[in-house]
Structure formats: C-alpha cells, structure tokens
Design a protein. Structure first.
Lengths: 281, 307
C-alpha cells in the first residue's frame, strides 16, 4: 500500500492528533512543567550568584589583571633563589614517593585482610572497610594539619599525611582486586597442600600484582600533585615557598613556582607511563 | 623410589630449557625491588625522614586523636570521653552528651550548607565553560588542528594548577570569602570536565554527524543535533561525579580563606578546640557519604539512559 502526501487532509491530521497526542509534541502540562523547572533552576542560579556577591567579580578583575601582568614579568629571573625552589620541588616529589610507598607497604597486608575471599568474616570486613573509608574521607590537607601539630613543621608531617590518606585508597583498591581474583588458581595451589601464605604468594599475588603496581604508580602521580599544596599548612615541599611568595606579593616567582610544578607533574606523568608500560606491558 | 631432583633427567631438561629465563626474571624482579628501595632511602635522606623522629612523634599523634575524642567537663578537670553511655541524650548543658559535643551545630550546619552551595555554583560554572570548550577541543568534529591543540593545552594547565594555590592567588583580587573559592573550583572543574567531555565527544557515533553534514548542516547544527544528544547523559554523569569532588575540596578551600566549613575547621585546629575538630570532621564525613550515595543513584540512572 502506498501513501501519498497529497491524500492526507486536515481531517486525518486532526483525527490522529486526538488519537496520538504524544506524537505531536509534548502536551501543555509537560511543557509547563519543563518551563517551571528551567525557571526554578535559573532563579536558584541567580540567587547563588547574588548570595556569593558575584558583583565583586567585576571590581576584582582589574586587580586580577594587575597580578597576571606582574606574573608575566620575569625580568628579575637571574636574582631568584632557584636553588631553594628546585630543592623544595624535589622535596615535594620525594614526599609523594615516600608517602605512597609507605602506604603501599601498609596496604599490602591490609588489602588482603579486607578481602572477602581471604577472611570471610563479615563483621571484620565491615570494620576494615569503614576504617579505609575514614582514612580516605578526611582530606590530605586536614591530615597534614593534624600531623603538623603532632610532629612539628616539616616534610615528615606531609609524608605521614600522604601515607594515611593513601592507605585508605590503596587498601580499598587492593582488597577489591583481591576479591576479583580467579578462584581456580587459589584452589589449585591449595590442593598441593600449600600453607595460607603459600596460597597468597603463589596464587593471589601474581594475579593482583599488576593491578597493585598500576594503582600505586597512579597514586604517586596524583600525590605529587597533591603534595604541592601540603606546604601551605607547613608540611614541607614547594607549597611553603609558594605561600611565602604569595604573602610578599612576589607574583613573578609565584608564576615561576607554578611553572616548575607543571613541569614536574608532566615529567612524573611521562616517567610513570613509561614504567607502567615496562612493568605491566 | 624417587631419584634426587638434580639427577632426574626431566628436571635437568626443564632446568636447561627454562633455567636462564627464570634466572633472568628473578634478577629483574630483584633489580626493580632494589631500585625502589634505593630510591626510598634517597628520598628519606632528602626529607630527613628518620625512623626515630617518627617513633617519637607517633605517640603524640595518638595523643592528638585521644584529645579529639575527650572533653574537660569543667575547666581544669580531668578529661573524660566525649560520649558516655548514661549521658548520650542529655541536654546541651550536660557533658558527655551528643548535644554538648555538637553544641554549635547550628553554626556548622549553616557553614556546611554554604560549602555545599559553593560546590553547586562552581560545578555549574565549570560545566558551562567546559561545555563551550569541549567541542572545539575534539579532534573529530573540530576542523582547525591548532585550535584543538591550543584548547587541549589550556584545559591541561587549568586542571594541573593546584586548586588551593588558585584559591590562594584569587583571594588577593577578590577578597577573603567564598567567591575566591568558587572561582578556583570553577577553573579547576573546567579543566577536568573539559578533557572528559572531549573524550566523550571523540567516542560519540559519527553517523548522526555525517547525516547532518550531508544535509548541509552548519558546524553548530552538527554539534547541536549530531553530538550533544548522544553525549549529554554522559556529561551530566561526569558533572555529578565532579560535584562530589568539589564538595570534598570546598571543605578545605577555607584553609586559605576561601569560605565554607574549612575556615571554621582551621580555626578550631588552630585554637586547639579538640572536641570541635572531631565534631566538624564527623559532620563533613557524614555529608560526603550521604552525597556520594545519592549521586551514585542519580548517576546510575543517567548511565542507564545512555545505554
């Protein structure tokens, strides 16, 4: 049967409209609801802009422009304390490495203990999981503040802050990786009469090690980004130098420090990508 | 009777064939482990990370957490646990009750609400900017290569500058308060979301776009009718994830004077009001957990619609 456009009259269209109203676009009710939702969203947005004094944006922009201009003026480059900045940049990377490796060492047993197929007790698993959540949920900067109070100013507080926050992340990931391992290999090794640790070493570890290495490398990357700010609360690294220079309005050196951070982060990304390829394939 | 292993011909054959490989792998594994350890020692020396400093300091960490969970019922009295079984539901004047511990809950709640709204606004602003920037940053729909390259690098820089540093800088021109924090988060969100959005665009089905090209649609029409309908649910899903991240980071932006609960937290830590530190931390954790659970539900709905 063929249908010709000229055969369709107004009457048929009207009949179809009654029979199938949804095919002719949304009804009045839906349209009104949509408009009301959009209006509500927009007015909430405007309310937020008003609430947070967004008119200050316009008074602040000229000042921001002044700062940006000062940042781009690198005429005093030769007189800056390059050694100090480079040393603290290296310190930041060292902090990230130490903190992550310590977290790796702690999470290795913790991750096994938190896995369902290693220790089947549900209560135990619940407790370890909540512990990891707590360590992860509190921000690294808050941990740093606490450790600065306990251990004094310096990179050690930063390292411990990275370590604690990271243990929460890594232990959770490790225990999930352990839970996702293939049971056949575990059963095979168990059948040879291997001990508990023998099973972990020969059946579980080979399966989870690539995941663990990948995650740890990624954490080193992301922690070296995070570690750049730990210095703001006195926990060592380039953050301290950065905040000093912001306080004395040495904007050119602030820009220099930020460029250093960008370069260091890019370098670490490249190295860890290469390592990942080498180690995991 | 079993022959000793080294006389067994099968064993010797196995050793001949696989011995070198096994030894090479062992050497490689030990080499990796050694270089990791060496790097560790180097880094430890560089940062004065000595075991005895840690061992001396660790009790003080325990002490600190102990103080966070105890109160002095009156000035100079011996500290007692912050909660006790008989007093939990007592009034705000009764020590060791919930109401006594959280006696400033109205202030905290207002600040948490402010923190949340900061995150909302920053996410919306960042989403808008990322939405505009992600289409020219997609190689498969944007023609001029230099534009793609430039916008990609811009997004990279935006998300690599640490948020707190951005906030610290923005506090100078925009004054102490939430505005600087919102702008810092919005800038960072633009960088992060822009990259993810561009990846989604890249993975979008080309056929709708080609259809619109063949019908003579403009570039805007290709984006609007060819790409956006496919990727929008994914965009919203990422934006929600980003909102969670922003809620977390808005709690610490206050440390540098950029508004929200962080300012209060820094004040209580600075003045050593231990029980308030733990109260605020618990409230932050609660808020983050509740939001994570809610947004996970919503995100699954969006992802479901995408498939």
């Amino acid at each position: 049967m063929s249908l010709r456009l000229a055969d369709i009259g107004q009457a048929e269209i009207a009949a179809q409209r009654i029979r199938n109203p949804a095919a002719f676009g949304a009804g009045f009710g839906t349209k009104a609801l949509r408009w009301a939702m959009a209006l509500l969203a927009v007015s909430y947005f405007v309310y937020l802009l008003w609430l947070f004094d967004f008119d200050r944006l316009f008074t602040g922009l000229p000042r921001l422009w002044t700062i940006v201009r000062l940042m781009l003026d690198w005429s005093g480059f030769a007189e800056w304390d390059h050694a100090e900045l480079l040393r603290s940049m290296l310190e930041t990377v060292a902090m990230a490495y130490l903190g992550t490796m310590l977290a790796f060492a702690i999470s290795l047993p913790l991750g096994f203990l938190g896995a369902r197929n290693v220790i089947p007790a549900r209560v135990f698993r619940f407790c370890t999981r909540r512990l990891f959540d707590g360590m992860r949920g509190v921000d690294q900067l808050i941990w740093a503040l606490v450790f600065v109070r306990a251990m004094g100013l310096g990179p050690i507080a930063g390292i411990l802050a990275i370590c604690v926050a990271d243990t929460g992340v890594l232990a959770k990931l490790f225990s999930e990786a352990t839970e996702n391992t293939d049971r056949k290999q575990t059963e095979g090794v168990t059948a040879t009469g291997a001990s508990f640790f023998g099973v972990l070493r020969m059946a579980v570890l080979p399966q989870v090690l690539p995941v663990m290495i990948g995650q740890t490398l990624y954490q080193i990357e992301s922690n070296s980004r995070e570690a750049t700010i730990l210095g703001l609360v006195g926990a060592g690294g380039i953050g301290l130098r950065l905040s000093e220079r912001i306080q004395i309005n040495a904007w050119d050196q602030v820009a220099y420090a930020i460029v250093l951070i960008l370069i260091a982060v890019a370098l670490i990304d490249t190295v860890s990508r290469w390592l990942r390829m080498r180690l995991i394939g | 009777m079993l022959t000793p292993a080294d006389q067994d011909p099968t064993y010797r054959q196995f050793q001949q064939r696989f011995g070198p490989t096994i030894r090479a792998r062992l050497v490689r594994a030990w080499g990796t482990a050694l270089s990791v350890a060496l790097l560790f020692v180097l880094a430890a020396v560089w940062t004065d990370f000595a075991p005895d400093t840690i061992l001396n300091g660790l009790p003080r960490v325990g002490e600190y957490f102990g103080k966070m969970l105890s109160i002095e019922p009156s000035r100079g009295a011996d500290p007692v646990p912050v909660l006790a079984f008989g007093h939990v539901f007592g009034g705000p004047k009764e020590p060791q009750s919930l109401a006594y511990w959280f006696y400033r809950i109205d202030v905290y709640a207002a600040l948490l609400w402010q923190t949340l709204q900061m995150a909302v606004l920053a996410t919306v602003l960042g989403f808008a900017a990322a939405f505009v920037l992600c289409f020219p940053a997609t190689a498969s729909i944007s023609r001029p290569r230099p534009v793609v390259f430039l916008i990609r690098r811009l997004l990279e820089v935006l998300r690599t500058i640490p948020q707190v540093v951005l906030a610290l800088i923005l506090v100078w021109p925009f004054g102490i308060g939430p505005l600087a924090g919102i702008l810092a988060m919005a800038i960072h969100t633009t960088g992060g979301l822009g990259k993810l959005f561009a990846e989604l665009n890249e993975n979008a089905d080309r056929r709708p776009v080609e259809g619109i090209v063949s019908a003579g649609g403009s570039w805007l029409a290709q984006v609007r009718y060819g790409v956006v309908p496919q990727v929008l649910p994914g965009f919203f899903s990422y934006a929600l994830l980003r909102f969670e991240i922003n809620v977390r980071s808005s709690t610490i932006l206050g440390f540098v004077g950029a508004g929200g609960i962080g300012m209060e937290l820094k004040r209580t830590i600075g003045f050593n009001i231990y029980e308030e530190v733990s109260a605020i931390c618990i409230l932050i954790l609660l808020m983050v957990v509740v939001l994570d659970l809610t947004s996970e539900r919503i995100r699954h709905a969006f992802i479901g619609r995408m498939q």
